[in-house]
Design a protein around this ligand. Structure first.
Ligand code: TRP
Length: 447
């Protein structure tokens, strides 16, 4: 068998996983979800879920991937030694990858469009109603958002074509830290706007009475989405991790970084939104109206805006790469397609569903099914159903189906790392994670 590629270095795996995790989930979706679910109440549940369920689940995916050295479909079969119902989790993951990529590239296309707008200086001197009108005009445009989406998909396919280590690592290493720097600058600006304190209060003062079943499942779905877990993307990445890497510390670093960036996005968006009079629950347009307005208030706003959207496009690209990689790994290893065939076929299928999602975001609300847009249907189907279920079966597999000795061997790198805290993590994977996911999932089904 051909030797599978490894990530070049320890930094390689953290950077590549962070590249997958950091993206629109943090900067676009987190503020939308927090805004719709009571702000502080959402944030506190989100942090708890990310640390207690998200991190152990990420470790579990790494374990399955590195143990099996396989894509999510082959992985369960390889470890079990035969086909078991768990193989379905792999297929569910590939299905999720298609569905997520389809609506994700809608917003990814918007970031590309907004990069174009910032180059052309469309935001200079515009007030709130004008910026809002620009957003509506953009999403309602008959072909522009579709072209942007398809361009984004094509870009993703080209990077994926060039292989794992080279393609992905090179992009993430330099640019993600730079994005962080810009976000810190934005944060400072946002906090000094008049009336910013109300936004901070909204984000950080939890009203515990607002913690409902919907908040719980939304936070669970958001954490899975933001961390790229629950559908096998990180099984695929885990299959490229070197035997000497410390899975626990790698996952820990990524979860911390991802949570930090989401909170940072919140600290940028909510104070600014309250200051400008944008409601936190406006939904899809939140980041796309708030951010251009913040840039306008800044010295060198044109430059910062341009750089921000450029880096956002790249952060988004490292996420779409990881989604397409799931599809490509499955198609090349299960169906023996060539990498190039798999990448273009995956992108083409995604494009068909994706264009529907993009059209469904027009303000006339076309293509709605039962009053819900295709975009929201895809989002809900994955974040509220497929990923929680996938996550549940992944922790069950690692906790109960794999041999305990094998799991501990992966966690401790064959006994070279201390077992103490890793035993506790295995306990959490076996008991806390499945119970918590099941309870949250079932409680919202009953509603
Ligand atoms: N986590 C990414 C983000 O926050 C999106 C993403 C990439 C993803 N790969 C994934 C989401 C796999 C779910 C599953 O933007």
């Amino acid at each position: 068998m051909k030797q599978r590629e490894n990530f070049g270095s320890k930094l390689g795996i953290i950077m590549a996983t962070a590249g997958s995790a950091l993206g629109l989930g943090n900067i676009y979706r987190f503020p939308v979800e927090a805004g719709n679910n009571g702000g502080g109440a959402f944030l506190i549940v989100y942090i708890a879920v990310a640390l207690l369920i998200g991190a152990p689940l990420m470790i579990s995916e790494f374990i399955i991937g590195r143990r099996s050295r396989s894509n999510p479909i082959g992985a369960f079969r390889t470890i079990s030694g035969k086909r078991t119902p768990f193989t379905l989790v792999g297929w569910g993951g590939v299905l999720s990858a298609f569905l997520i990529l389809a609506f994700y590239t809608t917003v990814a296309g918007w970031t590309l469009g907004y990069l174009g707008k910032s180059i052309l200086n469309h935001f200079g001197g515009q007030d709130l109603p004008q910026i809002q009108a620009q957003f509506t005009a953009f999403v309602d445009h008959p072909w522009l958002p579709i072209v942007c989406q398809l361009a984004f998909l094509a870009m993703t396919a080209v990077v994926v074509l060039r292989g794992v280590a080279k393609g992905i690592e090179r992009w993430s290493k330099i640019l993600m830290p730079l994005l962080l720097v810009i976000m810190v600058v934005l944060c400072v600006k946002s906090l000094t706007l008049p009336g910013a304190a109300k936004g901070l209060q909204f984000l950080f003062q939890p009203d515990f009475s607002k913690i409902t079943g919907k908040v719980l499942i939304s936070a669970l779905g958001q954490s899975f989405f933001s961390l790229s877990i629950g559908m096998g993307a990180l099984i695929t990445y885990g299959s490229y991790i070197a035997k000497s890497d410390n899975l626990v510390s790698s996952a820990g670093s990524v979860v911390l970084a991802d949570t930090l960036v989401a909170i940072l996005a919140g600290i940028i968006i909510f104070p600014a939104a309250f200051s400008f009079g944008i409601k936190p629950e406006v939904g899809a347009s939140l980041a796309f109206t708030t951010l251009p307005l913040v840039f306008q208030q800044m010295h060198g706003g044109y430059f910062f805006c341009l750089l921000f959207f450029l880096l956002l496009v790249i952060a988004t690209l490292t996420s779409t790469i990881s989604l397409l990689e799931v599809i490509v790994a499955a198609l090349t290893e299960e169906y023996k397609l060539k990498r190039s065939q798999a990448a273009w076929l995956g992108a083409a299928i995604t494009a068909v569903i994706g264009v529907l999602a993009t059209i469904s975001m027009r303000s006339s609300n076309p293509l709605a099914i039962g009053g819900t847009s295709v975009f929201d249907l895809l989002d809900h189907a994955t974040a509220l159903y497929l990923m929680p279920l996938g996550g549940l079966f992944i922790v069950l597999f690692v906790g109960w189906r794999m041999k305990k000795a094998d799991t501990m061997a992966e966690l401790t790198n064959d006994g070279t790392l201390r077992a103490g805290i890793r035993k506790a993590i295995l306990f959490i994977i076996r008991y806390l994670c499945p119970l918590a996911i099941a309870i949250i999932f079932i409680s919202q089904l009953i509603k």
